[in-house]
Ligand binder design. Structure first.
Ligand SMILES: [Fe+2]
Length: 194
């Protein structure tokens, strides 16, 4: 499914969070071990199985606490909401609530890098035809929460669906056909097209 999981590690305190562990959990843990990082948090951008399937194994092997949006039905040792800060050692990761693909979806902004889960891919956006999806919410999240960010912010999506594995807000603003100027109504109609 071309999923991306991410490790956010603080080089100072050697503490790390794993974002969206699904497959190849051991590989993620091996990388953390090689970098001498202690995994203390699991963060899920949303609760679809291809983003959470590895949660329990990470928890079992590391004792990490699970972070999810407060509306998520998943286990959440730490419930977060829009604007909250998740501390990963000395790093501060900002939570941006971005419903649309699903109601509990969050993006994580840390150190000029935005982890966009299934909200925004390189050149694409997430599906809005699934149970719990909302094209109207997707519009608000993309156009009012993500696009106002600086062009230089790097974009790290939840799947490798684009022409490159990561990009920037500026690149997406310029090249992503989903982000062309549309009213909310136009966007909802656009998302309903096959
Ligand atoms: Fe998803």
């Amino acid at each position: 499914m071309q999923n991306f999981a991410y490790i956010i590690g603080d080089e100072e305190t050697k503490v790390a969070a794993i974002v969206d562990p699904a497959w190849e959990v051991q590989k993620l843990l091996d990388i953390c071990r090689d970098l001498e990082l202690k995994v203390t948090l699991v963060i899920n951008t949303h609760t679809h199985y291809d983003h959470v399937d590895g949660n329990s194994l990470v928890v079992q092997k590391t004792g990490a606490k699970v972070v999810n949006h407060e509306s998520s039905r998943m286990r959440k040792d730490i419930a977060v909401k829009d604007g909250d800060t998740i501390e990963i050692g000395a790093l501060k990761a900002k939570v941006i609530h971005t419903p649309g693909h699903c109601p509990e979806h969050i993006c994580i902004l840390v150190d000029g890098k935005l982890l966009t889960g299934d909200l925004l891919f390189v050149g694409e956006c997430g599906r809005t035809d699934l149970p719990g999806s909302s094209p109207g919410d997707m519009y608000e999240s993309l156009f009012h929460k993500i696009l106002p960010l600086q062009d230089s912010i790097e974009v790290y999506p939840g799947h490798d669906y684009g022409s490159r594995p990561s990009s920037t807000i500026g690149y997406e603003r310029k090249n992503n056909y989903v982000l062309k100027n549309r009213t909310r109504e136009e966007f909802v109609r656009f998302m309903a097209q096959p």
